[in-house]
Design a protein around this ligand. Sequence first.
Ligand code: SF4
Length: 332
Amino acid sequence: MTIEKIRVSIGSATILGFTSIKLESPPTTIYVMTYKKGKCIANCGFCPQARNSNSLNEKLSRINWPIFPFKDFLTKLKYTASLKKFQRICIQTLNYAENLQDLIEIISEIRKVTNIPISVAIPPISKDELKDLKLCGVQRVGIALDGATQKIFEKIKGIGVNGPYFWRSHFDSLRDALEVFGNGLVSTHIIIGFGETQKETLKLIAELHELSILPGLFAFTPIEGTKFENMIQPNINHFRKIQLGRYLLINNYKKLDDFTFNQKGDIIYFNLNKKELRNFVEESEAFRTTGCPGCNRPYYTSKPSGPIYNYPRKLNENDKEEIYKLLERFVN
Ligand code: SF4
């Protein structure tokens, strides 16, 4: 075994028994990240791992990812997996020369101790490399678009930040992943808060859904030391409307044409009545963390003190009332 170290999110490290911190909501997935001395070779403007960021190396989004010996991680994983404390393992992969080699070794070693489903979040790779990942036991793949439009993508992770990424090749890789892994087993993420309109975001979500790619949502979070450290988080109304729109689209309750947008691209009517909205809020799924099955990423982009963009837990009555009041104006 050549891998010596791995980063584990602080919440996952607590579930595994490496650390003991008070968890507002325990993670339902174990989140790990490839370890590399230094930073990622990409330069996404929101990311503490970016090549030019001055953030702590330990961070990804607002979460700390301390380093542990890989063999200790495997031992803890073996013991904890049998206690059924989590439903999935998610491996975040930085972009660097040997990342695929490291990833394959990590997956192969994990497979020796548990058969819990594995998801990987990776930069675009070739179809043959995707096949290798499938062969060694990966169930789902995520390739993050992050931007809701090509223009935003270029600004936050492409040419605008001297990053290596292109919108087209991200899409090509998502399509390759679909061919290799199959419909419904490929995900992407969109970060809300870079000036996207609700209309363009939901248009992208509808397109991805049509392709059988699962789109998840994050709220932009400014992290000290990153290029975008001084930007603010998105307006919660904007985020909630996109969350509800996404939920209606990906569950085939509505099509994009069912929504009414104003000239600024804001949704002004969801084509729902109040009773239907009440039921969706009561059921709450639309406002929970989105991503692979079993993923709740607690407080990845929200402070526990609020506002909570993606709920990692069941909504309480206050949460539901707040959300209903906010969206009530857009139904009849
Ligand atoms: S590729 Fe991923 S880890 Fe690397 S800078 Fe971009 S978001 Fe961060």
